[in-house]
Design a protein around this ligand. Sequence first.
Ligand SMILES: O=C(O)[C@H](CS(=O)(=O)O)OP(=O)(O)O
Ligand code: MG
Length: 243
Amino acid sequence: MKLFVYHTPELTPTDSVPDCAIAVDVLRATSTIATVLNAGAEAVQVFSDMDQLMQLSEDWPAEKRLRAGERGGAKVEGCDLGNSPLDCTPERVTDCRLFISTTNGTRALQRVQAAPSVLAAALINRQAVVNYLLETNPETVWIVSSGWEGSYSLEDTVCAGAIVDGLLASSSLSPKELAGNDEAIAALALYRHWQDDLLGLMHHASHGQRLLRLNCHEDLKYCAKTDILEVVPRQKEPGVLVK
Ligand SMILES: O=C(O)[C@H](CS(=O)(=O)O)OP(=O)(O)O
Ligand SMILES: [Mg+2]
C-alpha cells in the first residue's frame, strides 16, 4: 500500500486516480457525514452547487428527505440543517437521505468521485477507516484534505496523519515504505505532536477559530474526538455515500 496526502482537492493529480480516495473534512463535512450515517440515514448525497441540490432533492419524498446547506459556516436559507454533526440525531435522520452542500468537504468528495473506492474520514471514525484499509489493502490510497477555500487546513492534515499512524500501528510497514509523498510524513509528524491535545490544535486552526466566532464550541469538541464511531461512509454511486 502506498499512501499519498494532498492538502487540498486542487493539489491532487489530474492524470490519474487512486485505488482508494479518502476525503477528509474534520470541520465539519465528513464529521457530519459519518455522524448522520451512523445515526441511521439511508444515504448522504453531496453537491457542490446549492441550486442543483434543491432541484434534485425535489424529486425525493419529502418525508424521507433532509436538505443540509452551509455557506460561511452558517445554514443556508430554505434548508432543514446546516453543517453541524450535533444536529444529526437518530430521531431526525433515520431512514432519510441527507442532501448536503458545504463550502469545502462536498467539493473534495466530488473531486475524487471517479476512484473505484471513495471513503469519507474524520477523527471520529479514523480507526474504522484504518480497519477498512487493512481489510481491503488498496495499492494506492489518496487522503484528500478539503482545506478551506483552496488553502491548507491543520485539522484535516492532522486527521490524515492519524490515519497514517493507525496503519503503521497495525502493519509491519515503516513510514518510508507506506508514505508515497513528503506530505504523508509531515502529516504523521503533526499528528504525533498533537495526538493528546487535538482540541487544542483545533483552537489554533484558522477554521476552528472561525467556528468559535460562530459559537460552535460544541462542534469543535465533538469533531476533535477520536475513534468514537465505527462507521465507514463509502460511495456507492457518484456523489452518494452509504455506510
Ligand atoms: O461548515 C463548516 O465548518 C465549513 C465552513 S467554515 O469553514 O466553517 O466557514 O465547511 P466545510 O465544508 O465543512 O469545511
Ligand atoms: Mg472544513
